[in-house]
Design a protein around this ligand. Sequence first.
Ligand SMILES: *[C@@H]1O[C@H](CO)[C@@H](O)[C@H](O)[C@H]1NC(C)=O
Ligand SMILES: *[C@@H]1O[C@H](CO)[C@@H](O)[C@H](O)[C@H]1NC(C)=O
Ligand SMILES: *[C@@H]1O[C@H](CO)[C@@H](O)[C@H](O)[C@H]1NC(C)=O
Ligand SMILES: *[C@@H]1O[C@H](CO)[C@@H](O)[C@H](O)[C@H]1NC(C)=O
Ligand SMILES: *[C@@H]1O[C@H](CO)[C@@H](O)[C@H](O)[C@H]1NC(C)=O
Ligand SMILES: *[C@@H]1O[C@H](CO)[C@@H](O)[C@H](O)[C@H]1NC(C)=O
Ligand SMILES: *[C@@H]1O[C@H](CO)[C@@H](O)[C@H](O)[C@H]1NC(C)=O
Ligand SMILES: *[C@@H]1O[C@H](CO)[C@@H](O)[C@H](O)[C@H]1NC(C)=O
Ligand SMILES: *[C@@H]1O[C@H](CO)[C@@H](O)[C@H](O)[C@H]1NC(C)=O
Ligand SMILES: *[C@@H]1O[C@H](CO)[C@@H](O)[C@H](O)[C@H]1NC(C)=O
Ligand SMILES: *[C@@H]1O[C@H](CO)[C@@H](O)[C@H](O)[C@H]1NC(C)=O
Ligand SMILES: [Cu+2]
Length: 560
Amino acid sequence: MAIQSTISLVVMMVVAVLLPFVAVAKTRNYNFNIQLQKVSRLCHTKSIVTVNGKFPGPTVYAREGDTVLVNVTNHVKYNITIHWHGIRQFRTGWADGPAYITQCPIQTGQSFLYNYTISGQRGTLLWHAHILWLRVTVHGAIVILPKKRALYPFPKPHKEFTLILGEWWNVDVESIVSKAQSSGESVNTSDAHTINGKPGPLFSCPTKDTFTLSVKPGKTYLLRIINAALNGELFFDIANHQMTVVEVDALYTKPLQTKSVVIAPGQTTNVLLFTNKKTGRYFMAARAFQDAPLPLNNQTATAILQYVGTTITNSSFITMPKIPSINDTLFASNFRNSLRSLNSIKFPAKVPKSVDRHLFFTVGLAINPCPTCINGTRLNAAINNITFVKPTISLLQAHYFNISGVFTPDFPDNPPTTFNYTGNPLSNLQSTSGTRLTRISYNSRVQLVLQDTSLLSTENHPFHLHGFNFFVVGSGIGNYNPNKDPANFNLVDPPERNTVDVPKGGWVAFRFKADNPGVWFMHCHLELHATWGLEMAFLVENGKGLDQFVLPPPKDLPKC
Ligand SMILES: *[C@@H]1O[C@H](CO)[C@@H](O)[C@H](O)[C@H]1NC(C)=O
Ligand SMILES: *[C@@H]1O[C@H](CO)[C@@H](O)[C@H](O)[C@H]1NC(C)=O
Ligand SMILES: *[C@@H]1O[C@H](CO)[C@@H](O)[C@H](O)[C@H]1NC(C)=O
Ligand SMILES: *[C@@H]1O[C@H](CO)[C@@H](O)[C@H](O)[C@H]1NC(C)=O
Ligand SMILES: *[C@@H]1O[C@H](CO)[C@@H](O)[C@H](O)[C@H]1NC(C)=O
Ligand SMILES: *[C@@H]1O[C@H](CO)[C@@H](O)[C@H](O)[C@H]1NC(C)=O
Ligand SMILES: *[C@@H]1O[C@H](CO)[C@@H](O)[C@H](O)[C@H]1NC(C)=O
Ligand SMILES: *[C@@H]1O[C@H](CO)[C@@H](O)[C@H](O)[C@H]1NC(C)=O
Ligand SMILES: *[C@@H]1O[C@H](CO)[C@@H](O)[C@H](O)[C@H]1NC(C)=O
Ligand SMILES: *[C@@H]1O[C@H](CO)[C@@H](O)[C@H](O)[C@H]1NC(C)=O
Ligand SMILES: *[C@@H]1O[C@H](CO)[C@@H](O)[C@H](O)[C@H]1NC(C)=O
Ligand SMILES: [Cu+2]
């Protein structure tokens, strides 16, 4: 008895001592009102769809382990959904957001409460609309801080800032997209790129209020850079300053010093910036990276890095960085290929060393007959020659409630025909269409090789996988060789991410463990290509364990 109470006393004392050090998870509540807001850029004023009237939208802050509740209420004429890009959504696919994949849209006048817990993740991600092209203005940052008292695996920054790279269109995006859809045409490019919503002063009709970041000399800053653009892969530079990449897609990397950052839509990159000047104003600049001969917006968006105490006499004395040229494939591929997982004791790279399921998908464009279109044909895109067709109720609902006739779980593991994928284009550019899913058993180790094709044109395709992070074990130019290329795979410290570029005329290989049951979308994050059908989905089966099945849907899940 005495011994027992002594033991329990000791236990209580230990608990009392430890308690203050145990991080307590919180619930973070947000209200997102989808509403119109009048905004002026480049001498054009128009009403844009926003969250709470802001462009870019509000930042969602949380700590690792927190539960996030976002009540989204739709006050506009469009249907809406919000995707929490990069959040794993363990068992809570209902809160993932892609319209007709995991939920029906929130219709005008309706609300939906997105409810998810952030487990085992910390860093910078983004949220954005996942229906139509609304993410052009409906997007914002997600900043997940480490647990209380947990440290960054790099020197503590003096301050942190978020830089959201985006696009500005003078025209009404939804109306030109729907016109292009029915005519079969391509869609024009944006009129400007933006940094935190502003194109900067280098335009013939500049916005007066350029985004300016004030810094002190001799400090280290953390910049959380997000590419929220619809269609533009970007270079990001700061004049006369180096950056050190420490994280991509909310996963720590080995420090990588660089002059420029290469960032595709859907990707995030955290860099440390050491302010090694005493005074002055320096442009931070974003400009397209595009090495295919396609229409593009080639102008430079700028913001200003300004040292405190700099006397501003003449705004023309802002130093401009030397940005890599628009088609600098070499710089882009060197940058991508230099990224490595941190792979420390605390943050090990758990790369699947063996593979249960080998998948090989071709990705590229297509041209299909279209009686109502201008030329009788339309542009499409296809994975393994299948142009994705969105269903009219969500795939996750169809899966969970056993509703037949919505999809078939027979997406092919390999392309239907073998050809010289990156050689002379085939004469037949047609694709098939369908709503076909790849069924994966729980906890399988999957390897997926994405192979660009020369059908119509080779191009970079930033592919995003929902519900998982993956290890980018290899990439190359030309055709993937299953006999030779795996020998060069990095299975030790490859970068881990949620969005990766399939290089123009090349391939990328990644691995992940299918430890998250549900239906998970995978698609090109160039909105143009996604619209053309460069999309598919995985169906990850439930496991046998008590916490290995999809949770029931929330009561307020929107109906179709
Ligand atoms: C979400 O907000 C709407 C509009 O304010 C409100 O009617 C609804 O009750 C809220 N939902 C929840 C779950 O709080
Ligand atoms: C959020 O979801 C969890 C289950 O994942 C549930 O227990 C909780 O009640 C939900 N919260 C709200 C406010 O609906
Ligand atoms: C129609 O075909 C012509 C000639 O091939 C081409 O230049 C034009 O871009 C096409 N237009 C559309 C809408 O596909
Ligand atoms: C694209 O832009 C050009 C030039 O500004 C314009 O003439 C054309 O109508 C636009 N096309 C679409 C589909 O918006
Ligand atoms: C951008 O494109 C325009 C029109 O195609 C061209 O005249 C201009 O030289 C280009 N600018 C740069 C910096 O490449
Ligand atoms: C700023 O400097 C430039 C280049 O020296 C000069 O042409 C311009 O007139 C100056 N502007 C003002 C407002 O002082
Ligand atoms: C990049 O574009 C420039 C100017 O348009 C051109 O001179 C150069 O050959 C291109 N480089 C590559 C690698 O295509
Ligand atoms: C769907 O089918 C599976 C397997 O037959 C069954 O276990 C599950 O209970 C069914 N779900 C619903 C919602 O009917
Ligand atoms: C594929 O096409 C490329 C470019 O035309 C050529 O260099 C290569 O030899 C071809 N590969 C095969 C296996 O035919
Ligand atoms: C794709 O499918 C279409 C329609 O069945 C067919 O004509 C074409 O040859 C296929 N292309 C490839 C590359 O498999
Ligand atoms: C909104 O979504 C519902 C359900 O899918 C659909 O019936 C309706 O036509 C959509 N409304 C608009 C304006 O697109
Ligand atoms: Cu693409």
